[in-house]
Design a protein around this ligand. Structure first.
Ligand code: NDP
Ligand code: 8X3
Length: 253
């Protein structure tokens, strides 16, 4: 029987690339996001390209009620979730803490931390009942370092790594693996979202060096998810070869 993965943030970037690699390898997919037209288009594409089963759930992970209803709405034969990929997230703005925008802060904390917690809380009982499962959280280089202007985003990604380690202890008796992936700069819609649609600012982030592609990160996640039952890849920290820290990149290498 095929395995099932639930991916949040499947409408773009890493999430979409992951949906492709898991579908190619015959996994059934539950794809999630807020943009329904993108979900429906991806659902259609995956079914027609790979003959896998796909279901889409359109909801905002910041909204607890919507999140509860989305998971509860899964038909029984979709509740055997083998992997929960907590990928939905964003940075909103980049600037000194003293000039911080409260709405941006709330959006990052509500999505990257609270939304991730809601998903773990709703999906882990389904895994506990089967004594089987794997939760993979997406943190960041920003979960390892705290760079100027990254204050709240870095805080949320440090939190993702801490939550991962603690959840691993809590879920150990139920044979549920918990792990985290921390990518460095990857060219997706991330910077366009961070800089609120300013294409110049967004593309400047990746100028002069080769950032990661969404597929590079998707390949690492696939590796994590397909280890034998007794192996947990606890963390992958994946950077572009041309990046040493958030602010130190080797231009035109
Ligand atoms: P994208 O902007 O391309 O994708 C983000 C995804 O998250 C979208 O599918 C979006 O879907 C979803 N999302 C955002 N907010 C919500 C919400 N409130 N509810 C539900 N879904 C939401 O960025 P990436 O693919 O790059 O980012 C994916 C993850 O990787 C994020 O957690 C990010 O912090 C992390 N990351 C990114 C790096 C990078 O350099 N790109 C590096 C390290 C980590 P929709 O808008 O349809 O809801
Ligand atoms: C995205 C990578 O370094 O811009 O998580 O924070 S970084």
């Amino acid at each position: 029987m095929s395995n099932t993965i639930l991916i949040t943030g499947a409408t773009s970037g890493f999430g979409e690339a992951r949906a492709q690699i898991f579908a190619k390898n015959n996994w059934n997919l539950i794809i999630c996001g807020r943009r329904n037209e993108r979900l429906k288009a991806l659902e259609k594409e995956l079914i027609s390209n790979y003959s896998v089963r796909v279901i889409s759930l359109c909801f905002d992970v910041r909204n607890l009620q919507e999140t509860k209803e989305a998971i509860a709405s899964l038909p029984n034969d979709w509740k055997n979730i083998d992997v929960l990929l907590n990928n939905a997230g964003l940075a909103a703005g980049r600037g000194p803490i003293q000039d911080g925008d409260y709405d941006d802060w709330e959006q990052m904390i509500d999505t990257n931390v609270k939304g991730l917690l809601y998903m773990i809380r709703e999906v882990s009982p389904l895994m506990m009942a089967r004594k089987k499962g794997h939760i993979i959280n997406v943190a960041s280089l920003a979960g390892w370092e705290a760079y100027g202007g990254g204050n709240v985003y870095c805080g949320t990604k440090h939190a993702v790594r801490a939550i991962t380690r603690s959840a691993r202890v809590d879920l150990l008796p139920y044979h549920i693996k918990v792990s985290v992936i921390s990518p460095g700069a990857a060219e997706t819609e991330f910077s366009l979202v961070r800089f609120k649609g300013d294409e110049q600012k967004a593309s400047a982030v990746y100028e002069g060096y080769q950032p990661l592609k969404a597929e590079d990160v998707a390949n690492s996640i696939y590796f994590m998810a397909t280890q034998p039952a007794h192996v947990n890849i606890e963390e992958i920290f994946i950077l572009p070869a041309a990046q040493a820290t958030d602010t130190i990149t080797q231009k035109n290498a």
